[in-house]
Design a binder for this molecule. Structure first.
Ligand code: ZN
Length: 250
């Protein structure tokens, strides 16, 4: 084709691609972040043998497994912490308002989706540095003793909050913020049902304490990406079970 035809061709292709690009942005909460397997171009799903999934311990990976047995490198700080543009139960721009970039964007979509359903969520506590976790954990140990403290609070260096991928969520008024009474609320039910659409899982589900090491925390959501979140949620498993990792307490 000559130069003029070529230009026309490019413009035409560009015009066709624009709505596709917009569609991708609008439906980002349910369709992006394919971790494995891309069927978009072929439109056909090919059955593949179930791969052996090795435990992801890379702190930079959104699928990283952090639990009482698997800690983070000393003084690990995520490189891309940002302030998600969502409501928190406090107004200060402080550490616990931050999340990693990808998780922050997903959280914005999650909260916006909740509002469409008349559910108003607020952030309680997201990123936590190792030193903050040390202060918190020591306070809990003083109050409840070490054994009990460990059932609801992570030892410093072993907290998911230090990854910048986890956040505790409450209703917009901060009622039952990170407390057992959050269970069964409208907000907890909405989260359990819809969080995976935006790539979050309820990380410490009810009845899984021997596997995760933690008691039921319906308010603690962890970003793992949409594909992984939906698989974990559909199967009713934990991140430990997904990796076939050793249960935290046998
Ligand atoms: Zn938490």
């Amino acid at each position: 084709m000559n130069a003029l035809q070529h230009k026309h061709y490019r413009i035409t292709v560009g015009l066709w691609l624009l709505p596709l690009l917009l569609m991708t942005l609008i439906t980002a909460c349910t369709k992006e972040d394919s971790v494995a397997g891309n069927t978009e171009n072929t439109g056909k799903v090919t059955a593949a043998p179930t791969p052996v999934i090795s435990v992801d311990t890379d702190p930079e990976s959104i699928a990283v497994l952090v639990n009482p047995q698997l800690g983070l490198p000393d003084h690990y700080v995520p490189a891309d912490l940002v302030y998600p543009d969502v409501r928190f139960i406090f107004t200060e721009m402080i550490e616990k308002r931050m999340m990693r970039q990808e998780a922050a964007s997903a959280l914005e979509q999650l909260f916006a989706g909740a509002e469409k359903d008349g559910v108003y969520l607020a952030g309680v506590s997201a990123y936590r540095s190792a030193s903050t976790q040390t202060t918190l954990f020591n306070r809990y140990v003083q109050r409840d003793g070490e054994a009990k403290a460990k059932t609801y609070s992570a030892v410093p260096g072993y907290s998911e909050h230090q990854t910048g991928l986890a956040i505790d969520v409450s209703d917009s008024a901060g009622n039952c913020a990170a407390e057992a009474c959050f269970a069964g609320t409208k907000e907890a039910k909405w989260l359990a049902e819809h969080a995976p659409e935006c790539g979050f899982i309820i990380r410490y589900p009810e009845g899984k304490q021997t596997i995760t090491g933690f008691t039921y925390e319906p308010w603690h959501i962890r970003y793992v990406g949409t594909e992984l979140a939906q698989e974990i949620s559909n199967k009713g498993i934990t991140l430990e079970e997904y990796y076939d990792a050793v249960p935290v307490s046998k």
